[in-house]
Design a protein around this ligand. Structure first.
Ligand code: AMP
Length: 121
């Protein structure tokens, strides 16, 4: 069995390195993205190191569900609930995942446009 390597997110979760932490409970942590693409850009992360969506197991369902309910709460606190926002989880190479610790981007505060560019025909 492969042991997943820790990323910088584990250190942020344990507060060993600084971040702008907005919320933390026994399952998830929420902190601002260091390189925001919109007025609100936060990362919602399971405290447990799960590298990618492809590694989720049945025992992780509570944390995955908590990520969504905490997204709703943070969006309300950020004042973006009424206009809406986008939740993004990148997975592996084709998903352009850079940090191998599952994280959900909560992005909003401006119109975000279409989801993906279509390949030109
Ligand atoms: P992804 O491409 O989905 O793996 O996204 C990784 C995200 O993590 C990027 O949006 C980065 O800006 C963000 N990021 C990387 N290092 C940090 C950090 N130390 N604190 C906050 N966000 C970070």
């Amino acid at each position: 069995m492969n042991v997943a390597e820790e990323t910088i997110f584990s250190k942020i979760i344990r507060r060993e390195i600084p971040s702008e932490m907005l919320y933390q409970d026994e399952l998830v942590s929420v902190f601002r993205d260091i390189n925001p693409v919109a007025p609100t850009h936060v990362l919602i992360v399971p405290n447990k190191l799960i590298p990618t969506v492809d590694d989720i197991e049945a025992e992780d369902e509570a944390a995955m569900g908590r990520m969504l309910s905490v997204a709703k709460k943070i969006a309300r606190e950020e004042g973006i609930s009424e206009d809406g926002y986008r939740l993004i989880i990148n997975c592996k190479e084709h998903g352009n995942q850079e940090v191998m610790h599952i994280h959900m981007h909560l992005v909003g505060g401006r119109p975000l446009g279409g989801m993906l560019k279509r390949e030109s025909s």
